[in-house]
Write a protein that binds this ligand. Structure first.
Ligand code: AMP
Length: 430
C-alpha cells in the first residue's frame, strides 16, 4: 500500500522547531498587549461571499487560490452553502466587527490574531498552501479616531518594535499610498488609457485585468511584462489633496518616531480592499518570497461587507517566513543555544522506577525540565540516551536513595560530582 504523506504545500512542524514558533508567538502577544491589542479568533472557514466581496473577485487569491467547496444541506432546514477556507483573516475580523456591533462601543477596536490561512499557490521555499499569519487590525468609527494617520504610524512603529524584539535584523519597510476609492478610480482610468496601446503584448491575465481592474496589472510577476509595467503612470500623481496630506502625516510621524522606511510607488498589494497607506516589510535573506509581512488601510471594507463606516488599518505577517529568517540568522551565529532538558534521571534497576518518578515530579514542580529514564536500561544505555536529550544525568540507585546523596554528571564539562537531594534542584538549574 502506498504510504500517506502530508498534502503538497502543507507540512508538519516538529520539535525543536516548534519551540521557535512558540517563542515568536509569545513575543508577538507580549508586544501586542503593550499596545492594547486583544486577541480575536475567527473560524477557519467562512461563507465564500465574504472573500469574494472583501478581498475582490479579480485578485489572484479569489480568482485562483481559494479552497472552496459546496457544503451540502444535511436537513431540510439547512441550505446548501458555498464555503471557503480562509485565505486571509482581515475579512473575517471585519465580518466579526460588524456581526457583534463592536463599533457601537464608540471605541477603537484593536484586535490581533494568530492562525492558519489557506491558498492554493504554487509551493516553494517560503510559500505554502497552509501557512500561518500573525496579524492585527485597528478599526472603529471615525469619531474614535480610526482614520487618523497617527494610527498608521502607531501600527508601523509597533511592527518595527516587534521585529526588533524577535531579533530580526536587516528588514526594510516599504511604504506607499493607494489613495481613496475615488483616487483609485482616477488611477485605474489613467492605467486603462496607458495600457490600451500595449496590453496586446502582455500576458493573458493582464489582458483581462486591463479591462476589469487595471490596478491588478501592477501585481503581475511575468518577467516579459515588467518593462511595460515600469513605464505605467504612478499612483502618486492620482492622489487628491486629502490623500496626499494623510500620507505626508504618516511619514512625518514615522520620522518623528525614528522608524526608517523607503517609498515604493508600485506597492499596491494584491487585495482590493486597501485604501491610502499600504506597506510591506521585506527581508533580503528570504530570496524570491521576500515579504515578511504586508498590510495597509481599508477604510471602505466594512461598508463593502454591508457594515457601518469603520475605517481601519492592519497587517499580516507570514509566521513561516519569520521562522525561516530567524533560522538563517541563528545559523550565522557562532554561539549555540543551551541544548536539551535540565536533567535526565537514570534509575538503577526496575525497582527504582517509582522512586525516579517521584524525584522527577519533585524536580519538575520546581520548574525544571526533566526526562525520566528507565530502570531496565544498563547504565551505559542510560548515559547514551541522557547525553542526547539532557544537559545532565542524575543516577538514582538504592544507595543514593538511602544516603540522600546523588551522582550527577554534567555533559558539557564531563565533570561527575555528588549532590545532596536537597540541593539537587538548585544544582540542576545552574
Ligand atoms: P498577504 O495576505 O498576501 O498580504 O500576505 C501577508 C504575508 O503573509 C506575506 O507578507 C507573507 O509573509 C505571508 N504569506 C502570504 N502568502 C503566503 C504563503 N502562501 N506561504 C507563506 N506565507 C505567506
Amino acid at each position: 500500500m502506498a504510504t500517506l504523506k502530508a498534502v503538497r504545500g502543507t507540512r508538519d512542524l516538529l520539535p525543536p522547531e516548534t519551540a521557535l514558533w512558540n517563542r515568536i508567538e509569545t513575543t508577538a502577544r507580549r508586544v501586542f498587549a503593550r499596545y492594547n491589542f486583544g486577541e480575536i479568533r475567527t473560524p477557519v472557514f467562512e461563507d465564500t461571499g465574504l472573500f469574494a466581496r472583501g478581498v475582490g473577485e479579480e485578485t489572484d487569491i479569489v480568482s485562483k487560490e481559494m479552497y472552496t467547496w459546496e457544503d451540502r444541506a444535511r436537513a431540510q432546514s439547512e441550505k446548501t452553502q458555498m464555503l471557503t477556507l480562509r485565505p486571509e483573516n482581515t475579512a473575517g475580523v471585519v465580518r466579526a466587527y460588524i456581526e457583534h456591533g463592536l463599533g457601537e462601543t464608540g471605541l477603537l477596536q484593536k484586535l490581533y490574531y494568530i492562525g492558519p490561512q489557506f491558498r492554493r499557490e504554487r509551493p516553494q521555499k517560503g510559500r505554502y498552501r497552509q501557512f500561518s499569519q500573525i496579524g492585527a487590525e485597528v478599526i472603529g468609527p471615525v469619531s474614535a479616531g480610526s482614520e487618523s494617520p497617527l494610527r498608521d504610524a502607531e501600527v508601523l512603529e509597533m511592527l518595527a518594535t516587534l521585529l526588533d524584539e524577535l531579533g530580526i535584523t536587516g528588514w526594510t519597510l516599504e511604504l506607499n499610498s493607494v489613495g481613496s476609492a475615488a483616487d483609485r478610480a482616477k488611477y485605474n482610468d489613467a492605467l486603462r488609457a496607458a495600457l490600451e496601446p500595449v496590453v496586446g503584448q502582455m500576458c493573458a491575465d493582464c489582458q483581462r485585468r486591463a479591462v476589469t481592474n487595471p490596478l491588478r496589472v501592477l501585481d503581475c510577476k511575468v518577467p516579459q511584462d515588467q518593462p511595460i509595467i515600469e513605464k505605467l503612470p504612478v499612483i502618486a500623481d492620482s492622489l487628491d489633496e486629502a490623500s496626499k496630506g494623510h500620507f505626508a502625516a504618516v511619514m512625518a510621524a514615522l520620522d518623528a518616531a525614528g522608524v526608517p522606511y523607503t517609498r515604493n510607488q508600485r506597492l499596491v498589494r494584491g487585495l482590493d480592499y486597501y485604501t491610502r497607506t499600504t506597506f510591506e516589510f521585506t527581508h533580503g535573506g528570504l530570496g524570491a518570497q521576500n515579504a515578511l509581512l504586508g498590510g495597509g488601510r481599508y477604510d471602505g471594507l466594512s461598508e463593502m461587507l454591508g457594515g457601518p463606516k469603520a475605517p481601519g488599518i492592519g497587517f499580516a505577517m507570514g509566521e513561516d517566513r519569520l521562522v525561516l529568517t530567524l533560522q538563517a540568522q541563528e545559523l550565522n551565529q557562532s554561539s549555540t543555544p543551551r541544548q536539551g532538558v535540565d536533567g535526565f534521571i537514570a534509575p538503577i534497576g526496575e525497582g527504582m522506577n517509582i522512586e525516579a518518578l517521584k524525584l522527577a515530579r519533585e524536580l519538575r514542580q520546581t520548574g525544571l525540565s526533566i526526562e525520566l529514564g528507565e530502570g531496565s536500561f544498563r547504565l551505559k544505555k542510560s548515559f547514551e540516551t541522557a547525553e542526547k536529550v539532557a544537559r545532565r544525568i542524575v543516577i538514582l540507585g538504592e544507595d543514593e536513595l538511602q544516603s540522600g546523596i546523588l551522582t550527577v554528571k554534567t555533559f558539557a564539562t564531563g565533570v561527575q560530582e555528588k549532590v545532596s537531594r536537597a540541593g539537587l534542584s538548585g544544582f540542576l538549574a545552574s
